[in-house]
Design a protein around this ligand. Structure first.
Ligand code: SF4
Length: 418
């Protein structure tokens, strides 16, 4: 994606004019007027993991209090902006809320509850709202899980990552394997049954045997959804330095492919449907929030480092908690940076997001939105080669990657859109 550009002091008017254009364009197929999803970033962690490049900092009660004060202002301004130009008097309906981080399970139950109460004043919650909170096993407990549940949280995303004690240590994760077991039982006892688990493969010196152990342990806990990620080395992280200096060794690409396939097969054998490259769900447990991202529909973002999309352009809030707090509490201004997408960017994003899903790209919808067919965007030679070798297929009006193609999704999409 192109680099974000710093928003000027015309943020507010930019947002207004962009919203006008969005509404003229389609609307409502993209849902700006009636429904929205919301992502909120909670930026604090009790320990900083060496592989992480998310916006986060060490937890501090005083900073958390300022964060929640700023979040209240952020929420209020954002709600006012998205509702200002609507003709309908009814509130916008939130279809999904996702609190990510950072480690949201560190949040003060009292401050969290007060923020949800504010949110309910400003928005309507859909009857079938999907409300997810990311939790880390060491900081999720009976008290905060009960408070989440009382506030309408009905889905947890648990940062399991591994069941191997040495790997957890290498990743700098704070939790122990028993914390992971406990969080599943405690969540269910608190009335939250819909539990997604993050599992990482391709850990330093990981063997296939260790990976099978991780997968088996996870399946025993019966999550409804699994996000299965390859460990990637992000620039300027301690992990990148350790890999560079040879202190840590990651599996090679062929081994990574074997690991991905091993996970996919085990999940399929145990009743999970792969519906996106890294996402596996039991019946009915697909993430509705993520679906909204992948189908390029608008979502509102709140919190430092959060990314949002208004139906036409992407934006992010400043990745600096202190600046975030200062901008909202001192200047009453959302510290936004806009990524102004061209029509070509939007077409590429639609393609890229849709081809990572097993539903694929709906060709007629693409044509309607962009007045061009996807074929016109693709590198023609690559496109025909991929159709010929079966990595890409067209059926029932959709263009999608085959089973083998999905394992190579990033590479194939890059080749197609060269
Ligand atoms: S807990 Fe999550 S957000 Fe926090 S440092 Fe570790 S990986 Fe990053």
């Amino acid at each position: 994606m192109r680099p974000m550009s710093e928003a000027s002091n015309t943020n507010r008017s930019n947002l207004d004019s962009i919203n006008k254009k969005s509404r003229r364009k389609s609307n409502v197929s993209n849902g700006v007027d009636d429904t929205l999803s919301l992502y909120v970033h909670f930026p604090f962690c009790s320990r900083i993991c060496g592989y992480c490049d998310f916006h986060k900092e060490l937890f501090d009660r005083r900073k958390e209090m300022l964060y929640f004060q700023a979040l209240a202002v952020d929420t209020e301004i954002a709600a006012r902006e998205v509702t200002a130009k609507r003709k309908k008097a009814a509130k916008i309906v939130l279809e999904s809320i996702y609190i990510g981080g950072g480690t949201p399970s560190l949040a003060s139950p009292k401050l969290f509850s007060a923020w949800v109460a504010q949110l309910k004043e400003l928005f309507e919650f859909a009857d079938d709202l999907e409300f997810t909170v990311e939790v880390n096993p060491e900081s999720a407990n009976a008290e905060n899980l009960a408070v989440f549940q009382q506030n309408g949280v009905n889905r947890l995303s648990v940062g399991v990552q591994s069941f191997n004690t040495a790997s957890l240590k290498t990743l700098d994760r704070r939790h122990k394997v028993e914390d992971t077991l406990r969080v599943f039982y405690t969540a269910r006892a608190s009335g939250i049954d819909n539990i997604s688990a993050d599992l990482i493969f391709g850990l330093p010196d990981q063997t296939l045997h260790q990976l099978h152990h991780d997968i088996t342990e996870l399946l025993d806990l019966e999550p409804s959804h699994i996000s299965y990620y390859q460990l990637t080395v992000k620039d300027n992280t301690p992990l990148a330095r350790d890999v560079e200096t040879g202190k840590l060794r990651l599996p090679d690409n062929d081994t990574m492919a074997v690991f991905y396939r091993a996970g996919s097969d085990c999940f399929a054998d145990n009743g999970f449907e792969r519906y996106e490259v890294s996402s596996f769900a039991k019946d009915g447990a697909r993430s509705r929030h993520n679906k909204r991202y992948w189908s390029n529909q608008p979502y509102l973002a709140l919190g430092p480092g959060a990314h949002g999309y208004n139906g036409e352009h992407r934006y992010s809030l400043v990745s600096d908690t202190e600046k975030y707090v200062s901008s909202l509490l001192n200047d009453n201004r959302r510290p936004l940076m806009w990524d102004r997408l061209t029509e070509h960017d939007r077409m590429l994003e639609d393609i890229m997001l849709a081809l990572r899903t097993t539903d694929g790209l709906e060709i007629s919808r693409f044509r309607k939105l962009h007045s061009r067919s996807p074929e016109e965007i693709f590198n023609s030679d690559e496109y025909h080669n991929l159709l010929d070798n079966g990595h890409l297929e067209i059926s029932k009006g959709r263009l999608r990657l085959s089973d083998d193609g999905l394992a190579l999704a990033d590479e194939i999409i890059a080749r197609l859109t060269l």
